[in-house]
Design a protein around this ligand. Sequence first.
Ligand code: SF4
Ligand code: SF4
Length: 126
Amino acid sequence: MSNPKVVCEVNTCTHWLPGEICGAANIDILNEEERQAKSPEHTECKTFSERSGLANLVGSADNVNWWGAIEAALIPNRELSPTVTCVVESCSYWADGNLCDAKEISVSGDEAKECQDTNCETFTTA
Ligand code: SF4
Ligand code: SF4
C-alpha cells in the first residue's frame, strides 16, 4: 500500500510550502470530535500549527521532512509529501493500521487558525 500524496491549501500552517506542499514528516488526520466523521467537515489535520513568527518555526522543527526536502531540491520530479496517519475509520479510504488508501488527499482550511478549521476533503463514505 502506498502513502497518499498530500495536497494542502492551508497556507496559515507552519508546515505549508508554496505549491500546496506539506513539509511535515508525518500528518495525523483525526475525527473532529469523539464521533466518527460523516463528512469532510468532521475531520481535521491535527498536525496543523499556526504560522506565527520564529518561535513557531523553531517549535515545529522536530516534525520536518528534512530528507524529503533535500531530495525534492536535488532530484527532478521528486515530490515532497508527508506520511499520513489517519484514525477516521468511517472513511472508505481508511485501511488497517491507521493507513489511508487514497492516491492523493486534499487538505483544506482557508484562513485556518486551529486544527478544527482544517478538513480532509478527500473523506468519503461512497
Ligand atoms: S494543515 Fe496539515 S497537511 Fe496542511 S501543511 Fe499543515 S500539517 Fe501539512
Ligand atoms: S481520505 Fe479518508 S482515510 Fe484518507 S486521510 Fe482522508 S479521512 Fe483519512
